[in-house]
Design a binder for this molecule. Structure first.
Ligand SMILES: O=C(CO)[C@@H](O)[C@H](O)COP(=O)(O)O
Length: 218
């Protein structure tokens, strides 16, 4: 399967969000990645339902919503109603992760699990069959523009092995510090979806940058 590119609107210009979403609509991006932060699970606050709804109104591509919040299970239905197509919760925020994944699937959304850099892949061993997407955080969540953590390559390979061993249809997404330099190695290690925020939005020509990431061959 060809890899997917999911630009993160956390790095967009919120003064012209409509235009930035329209740029993504016109680009070769596959998904639009939306980072929700609550100031508790992560030391930053981004935005909530009204902004997600505004993005949904304009977007013509699936919304990949990454919840960096405590107690995500309290808000799943609301995020789905606000436009989320993929809902990713953090392993570290869910004491009853299996139940939360079922809750996400019951809304009709795809169910994702994100892992902080310190969280081992092996913890997913008993529920990998129930996950549609694992988001490996390649930075500590909370901020865009951070440096990519090299140990990520190892984790992708481990996850790929686990997925194969258990026959899971799960996709592997990488989030944080993705750029033209590391993208090809990430894909070679087994990544299916690349999230890129600052690399896309701070470039001279964001649609071209998205297309360059899309065209990376192994
Ligand atoms: O979830 C997060 C950060 O917590 C990411 O989605 C960032 O938004 C990616 O930004 P860059 O590292 O690509 O700038």
């Amino acid at each position: 399967m060809a890899h997917l590119i999911a630009p993160s609107v956390l790095a967009a210009n919120f003064g012209q969000l409509d235009q930035d979403v329209e740029m993504l609509n016109q680009s070769t991006a596959d998904w639009i990645h939306v980072d929700v932060m609550d100031g508790r699970f992560v030391p930053n606050i981004s935005f909530g339902f009204p902004v997600l709804q505004a993005i949904q109104k304009k977007a013509t591509k699936p919304l990949d919503v990454h919840l960096m919040i405590e107690h995500p299970e309290l808000y799943i239905e609301q995020f789905r109603a606000a436009g989320a197509d993929v809902i990713t919760v953090h392993y570290e925020a869910c004491p009853h992760l299996h139940r939360t994944l079922q809750q996400i699937k019951a809304t009709g959304a795809k169910a994702g699990v994100a892992l902080n850099p310190h969280t081992p892949i092996s913890l997913l061993s008993d529920l990998i069959q129930d996950i549609d997407l694992v988001c490996i955080m390649s930075v500590n969540p909370g901020f865009g523009g951070q440096k990519f953590i090299l140990h990520t390559y190892q984790k992708i390979k481990e996850l790929k092995r686990l997925i194969k061993e258990k026959g899971s249809p799960c996709m592997i997404e990488i989030d944080g510090g993705v750029n033209q330099e590391n993208a090809s190695q990430l894909l070679a290690a087994g990544a299916d979806v690349l999230v890129a925020g600052s690399f896309v939005f701070q470039s001279q020509n964001p649609p071209q940058t998205i297309e360059d990431l899309k065209q990376i061959a192994l």
